[in-house]
Design a protein around this ligand. Structure first.
Ligand code: OAD
Length: 266
């Protein structure tokens, strides 16, 4: 592992990463909550600011919690969705979207549910953990109209009774993956297939603690791909990555894009 230490400038770090990316044909980028942190969307495990340091995941992010306290769970996700809608993609999201246009084969695989990659212009995005706006009914999975959910009032109590499915009357739930649930199979298949054939895997803003997404770097390594981690904090992956670039996504990715573009036009 080559660490771009804190004394290294983004320029030097970017050059190292550009070297690895220069000959790549097939690139995947695995992103996590840290990717959206600079857009004002909280991460999960950062001390103090992370959602799971302030809320009990078992009480909010499981099918059992939704059955026990539907108003509380629905209200919490509605607020998260509104936060995501208010947020704007940052320069890192936009740089990643621009990188996609430089490769014939480039896939963003995200654990995020906020839609910011797509809003920044990324065209090919696999959402491993679902999407905050993909509301569906709990019993049959009938899609619910996001506009009707957006129109719901959110009282100060944060308790919002889930609307009822227009087709079958069952409660509407957020379209995210909860603890104890399987990831959407088509997303898993595409991500695993792609990473199993990539030359470079960028891993950006994830603690690499949540499986199965955290398996992807090992799959990349197994096929000889280079793994580049971008994260201001060391993670469970850092020691095993080819490069750990200890920088924030909003700084690293624009620098990377700039150096890569310069290299290509030279
Ligand atoms: P975590 O909150 O576990 O990790 C966020 C990571 O982002 C940490 O390693 C931070 O150091 C890093 N980070 C913070 N700010 C950053 C920045 N500006 N640039 C780059 N990195 C930054 O979030 P995830 O790894 O995404 O699952 O969590 C994985 C899953 O756990 C989530 O998808 C969610 C959660 O439970 C579900 O809800 C199913």
């Amino acid at each position: 592992m080559e660490s771009c230490g804190a004394v290294d400038t983004p320029r030097l770090s970017a050059e190292l990463v550009v070297e690895l990316l220069a000959g790549a044909r097939r690139v995947a980028a695995l992103t996590g909550a840290g990717m959206s942190q600079e857009s004002g969307v909280p991460t999960f495990r950062d001390a103090q600011t992370g959602l799971w340091s302030r809320y009990d995941a078992a009480e909010l992010a499981s099918p059992q919690a939704f059955r026990r306290h539907p108003d509380r769970v629905f209200g919490w996700y509605l607020e998260r969705w509104r936060t995501a809608c208010r947020a704007e993609p940052h320069a890192g999201h936009r740089a990643l979207a621009a990188l996609e246009t430089m490769y014939d084969d480039f896939l963003v695989i995200t654990q995020n549910v906020d839609g910011l990659h797509q809003r920044a212009g990324s065209r090919d995005v696999v959402e491993l953990h679902g999407s905050l706006e993909a509301f569906r009914c709990a019993d049959a999975g009938h899609p619910a109209d996001p506009a009707s959910v957006a129109a719901l009032e959110a009282p100060a109590s944060g308790l919002v009774p889930p609307p009822r499915c227009a087709v079958c009357g069952s409660p509407v739930r957020p379209g995210v993956v909860w603890f104890g649930e399987l990831l959407p199979q088509p997303a898993v298949e595409r991500a695993w297939h792609w990473v199993g054939r990539c030359d470079v895997l960028l891993v950006i803003g994830t603690s690499s603690l949540v499986y199965p997404a955290a398996h992807l770097p090992a799959i990349a390594r197994a096929v000889g791909a280079r793994v580049i981690e971008i994260n201001p904090q060391a993670t469970a992956l850092s020691e095993r990555a080819d490069v750990w670039w200890d920088e924030r996504a909003g700084t690293a990715l624009p620098a990377l894009l700039e150096h890569l573009s310069r290299g290509r036009s030279a």
